[in-house]
Design a protein around this ligand. Structure first.
Ligand code: FEO
Length: 405
C-alpha cells in the first residue's frame, strides 16, 4: 500500500483495459482512478473509483483500516469515474457520512439515489478528523459545476479532484496514464507525464480556462506540499511545474511553433501542406508539426494546437462542403474557446470549390483567429501558381511567428 504522508494512504486503482476515456480519448498508457484514505480518529475517504474496480478498491481500503468503519467520504467530483463506487461503499459502511457541496449532493441523488447521511458543506467550511483538518474550496466548472478541492492543513495536502491529474490515469492537475508501482512523482519517471497532461487538459478541461484561473487564484495562498488529484501521480517535487503548466494552459499561452493539419484523399492536398511546411522551415521556423486529420486522433492534434501559436489547416471540398474530418476538428477547436492563434488556411477541389469558403466561415463565425497570409485554393493538383501561393502562405506564417517571438 502506498503511503502519501502522515497517515494519508493511496487506495486508488488502475485501468489498463479501457481503450477510450469517455468513449472519446485514447488511453495508450491506461488511466488511474485515485482515491485517498486518511486514517485518523475519524477515518475519511476522499473520492472513490469507477465501479468496475470496486473489488480491488474495497480490498485496498481494508488493507489500511481492517474492520474499522469509514466515517466520512468527501466528494470532490461527481463524474462517475470517481463517484461510481459510492452506492456500493454505502453497503459496506452504512453509517458513513457523505460530504459534498449542494450541487454534488443533488447529483448524488440523481446518479445513485443516495439521500441519507449526506452533509452539505459551503466554501471555506472545515471539519476535524483528529490530527488532520479538512477545508473545502469550491471550484465550480473545473470541470463540472459541483467540483471542489479539499485542503488538509496538517500535511499541506491538496486533494484537487480532476485538476492536476491526467488520464494516464487522470484529469485536472490530472493527466492520462496508469500508475505502475509508484504513486508520488519523485518515486517515478515522469518523462511521459507532461505531454499526456497537456493532452488531458486540452481535451477535457480546455474549455474552462477562466474557471481554472479562478481556482488557481483561490488556492494561491495555500502552502502546498502534496497535490493529490483523481488521476495520475501525486505531485510533490514537481508542484511548481504542474501549477505553472495549468496556469499557462488556462491562459491559452503558446510557444512560437506551427501546427499544419490537413485532410487528403489522394495526396494532392497533402502536397500543399508539405510545400507550406517547407517554406516555413526555409524561413527559419523550427517547430513545425504536420498532421493528417484522418490518421492522427484529434486529441493529439488539439494537444499541440494548445501548445503552439501558429495553425494552418487545409482540406478538400467534399459533397459541396468541407471534408468531414476537418469540419469536426474545427468544431473541436471552437468548442474549447481556443484564443489568440495565428491562422492560415488552404483547400482543394476537383470541379467546384467550397473548402476554402467553409474554412473562412469557420474563422469568421467561431474561431476569430488572426488571419495570416492569403488562403490558397487549388484545382485538382499543384501547378506553378498554387505552389508559389502555398510557399507564400508558409513564409508569411513563419515570419509572423518569428517576429512575435
Ligand atoms: Fe471529471 Fe476524472 O472525471
Amino acid at each position: 500500500m502506498n503511503i502519501i504522508n502522515n497517515n494519508i494512504y493511496y487506495v486508488g486503482v488502475n485501468d489498463r483495459n479501457k481503450s477510450l476515456f469517455e468513449g472519446l480519448w485514447p488511453l495508450p498508457y491506461g488511466v488511474s482512478y485515485n482515491s485517498y484514505l486518511i486514517d485518523d480518529d475519524k477515518v475519511c475517504l476522499i473520492d472513490t473509483v469507477e465501479v468496475d474496480f470496486f473489488a480491488r478498491y474495497i480490498s485496498n481500503i481494508r488493507e489500511v483500516i481492517g474492520s474499522r468503519p469509514v466515517d466520512y467520504l468527501v466528494i470532490n467530483h461527481m463524474e462517475p469515474d470517481h463517484s461510481g463506487s459510492i452506492a456500493l461503499l454505502r453497503q459496506y459502511y452504512p453509517d458513513m457520512q457523505v460530504i459534498g457541496n449542494k450541487k454534488a449532493i443533488g447529483m448524488l441523488e440523481g446518479f445513485y439515489g443516495v439521500t441519507d447521511n449526506c452533509v452539505e458543506v459551503k466554501n471555506a467550511e472545515s471539519i476535524a478528523l483528529g490530527k488532520h483538518n479538512l477545508t473545502f474550496h469550491l471550484t465550480p466548472m473545473v470541470h463540472w459545476p459541483e467540483t471542489m478541492m479539499t485542503y488538509e492543513s496538517a500535511t499541506q495536502t491538496l486533494f484537487s479532484g480532476d485538476a492536476f491529474g491526467f488520464e494516464l490515469g487522470s484529469l485536472p492537475f490530472g493527466c492520462f496514464g496508469a500508475l505502475n508501482g509508484g504513486v508520488i512523482d519523485d518515486a517515478i519517471n515522469t518523462d511521459w507525464c507532461w505531454d499526456e497532461m497537456t493532452r488531458y487538459y486540452s481535451n477535457i478541461v480546455g474549455k474552462y480556462g477562466i474557471p481554472v484561473q479562478n481556482a488557481l487564484k483561490k488556492l494561491a495562498g495555500l502552502p502546498l506540499a502534496y497535490i493529490c488529484s483523481t488521476h495520475g501521480p501525486v505531485w510533490h517535487s514537481y508542484i511548481d511545474k504542474v501549477v505553472g503548466m495549468y496556469d499557462s494552459m488556462s491562459r491559452y499561452a503558446t510557444v512560437p511553433g506551427l501546427v499544419i493539419c490537413y485532410g487528403t484523399m489522394y495526396g494532392n492536398t497533402e502536397r500543399m501542406a508539405e510545400v507550406i511546411a517547407e517554406a516555413a522551415s526555409k524561413a527559419g521556423l523550427k517547430d513545425i508539426l504536420l498532421y493528417n486529420v484522418s490518421k492522427t486522433h484529434h486529441s493529439y492534434i488539439l494537444r499541440d494546437i494548445f501548445k503552439y501559436r501558429g495553425l494552418i489547416v487545409g482540406a478538400p471540398t467534399y459533397n459541396a462542403g468541407l471534408y468531414h474530418e476537418m469540419d469536426v476538428l474545427l468544431a473541436e477547436i471552437a468548442n474549447r474557446d481556443v484564443k489568440d492563434r495565428l491562422f492560415g488556411w488552404f483547400g482543394s477541389y476537383a470541379w467546384a470549390g467550397k473548402a476554402v469558403q467553409k474554412i473562412t466561415e469557420w474563422n469568421d463565425t467561431r474561431l476569430h483567429f488572426e488571419a495570416v497570409g492569403t488562403p490558397v485554393e487549388m484545382k485538382q493538383s499543384l501547378n506553378a501558381e498554387t505552389q508559389a501561393q502555398c510557399e507564400a502562405l508558409g513564409r508569411a506564417m513563419a515570419e509572423k511567428l518569428l517576429a512575435d517571438e
